[in-house]
Design a protein around this ligand. Structure first.
Ligand SMILES: Cc1cc2nc3c(=O)[nH]c(=O)nc-3n(C[C@H](O)[C@H](O)[C@H](O)COP(=O)(O)O)c2cc1C
Length: 217
C-alpha cells in the first residue's frame, strides 16, 4: 500500500514539474523562416560606404522575410553540401549561436533548418544590454559561444577565436543592414552574468556580444 502511495506521489510530482515546461513549449512555437533571398541588395562597395552604427530605432517590426535574410547573411548555411556558413569560424568550429530576442520571445537561430527554435516565451530585449534603445528595437541578437565546441589550445586562444568568430558575424549583419536601410549597433556593454541567467544559459555557454537591429528612427 505504502509502495503504491509512494509511486502515485512520485508520478504526481513528475506531472507537476513537467506542466510549466510543456506549457512554455506549447505557447512559443518554432518559427519556420522563409527561404532567404540571396540576390539583390547594394553592391558590396556601396554597403561598405553606408555601414555605420545606429542607436535610435523605431519599434516597427522586421518582416519575417527580412529577418530570414538577415540571419542568413549573419551566419546562414551558404554551402549546403558541406554545411559551411556565410561567416568563417576558427577551424570551422561554428561555435557561435545567434539568439534572437523579439517582443514575442527568445529564440535561437537554427541555420541548418532555417528556423527559429523557441527558448523562452519572454521579452528579454531590454535585458540584452545597458543602453536604452534595446527595448524599443524589434530585434536584438545575442552572440553566445558554445564552449564545448570552441577550439584553441589555451583559454586565451579560445577567447580570441570566439571574439573573432563573433566579430565577423557582426560585420555581416552591419553590411546587410547597410544594404537594406536598417540600423544596427554591435554591443559589448552587456551585463553578461545577469543576461545569462535571464536567458537560462548553460554554464558552458558564454555571451560574447549583442547587436541591435531595426529601422532607424
Ligand atoms: C566589440 C565592439 C563593442 C562595442 N560595444 C558597443 C556598445 O556597447 N554600445 C554601443 O553603443 N556601441 C558599441 N560599439 C560600437 C562602436 O561604438 C562603434 O562601432 C564606433 O563608435 C564607430 O562607429 P561606427 O560603427 O558608426 O563606425 C561596439 C563596437 C565593437 C566593435
Amino acid at each position: 500500500m505504502n509502495t503504491l502511495r509512494g509511486s502515485l506521489l512520485r508520478s504526481t510530482c513528475v506531472v507537476i514539474l513537467l506542466i510549466p515546461a510543456l506549457a512554455i513549449a506549447q505557447q512559443l512555437k518554432p518559427v519556420e523562416l522563409p527561404v532567404p533571398q540571396t540576390t539583390g541588395g547594394m553592391s558590396l562597395m556601396q554597403a561598405l560606404r553606408a555601414r555605420h552604427s545606429t542607436r535610435e530605432f523605431s519599434s516597427r517590426k522586421l518582416p519575417l522575410q527580412v529577418l530570414s535574410n538577415l540571419l542568413w547573411a549573419a551566419f546562414g548555411v551558404n554551402r549546403p553540401e558541406s554545411g559551411k556558413r556565410t561567416a568563417p569560424s576558427a577551424m570551422n568550429r561554428q561555435e557561435i549561436e545567434i539568439y534572437v530576442a523579439t517582443a514575442e520571445g527568445l529564440y535561437v537561430y537554427n541555420a541548418k533548418g532555417n528556423k527559429l527554435d523557441p527558448v523562452l516565451e519572454q521579452d528579454v530585449r531590454a535585458a540584452t544590454g545597458t543602453q536604452s534603445f534595446m527595448g524599443e528595437a524589434p530585434v536584438n541578437l545575442v552572440y553566445v559561444a558554445d564552449l564545448a565546441k570552441a577550439g584553441g589550445a589555451s583559454l586565451e586562444e579560445r577567447a580570441l577565436y570566439m571574439g573573432a568568430d563573433t566579430g565577423v558575424i557582426a560585420q555581416n549583419v552591419y553590411l546587410f543592414c547597410a544594404s537594406e536601410g536598417l540600423g544596427a549597433v554591435v554591443r559589448g556593454s552587456v551585463n553578461r552574468t545577469a543576461l545569462a541567467k535571464t536567458m537560462k544559459l548553460r554554464a558552458d555557454q558564454k555571451i560574447i556580444l549583442a547587436q541591435t537591429v531595426g529601422y532607424p528612427r
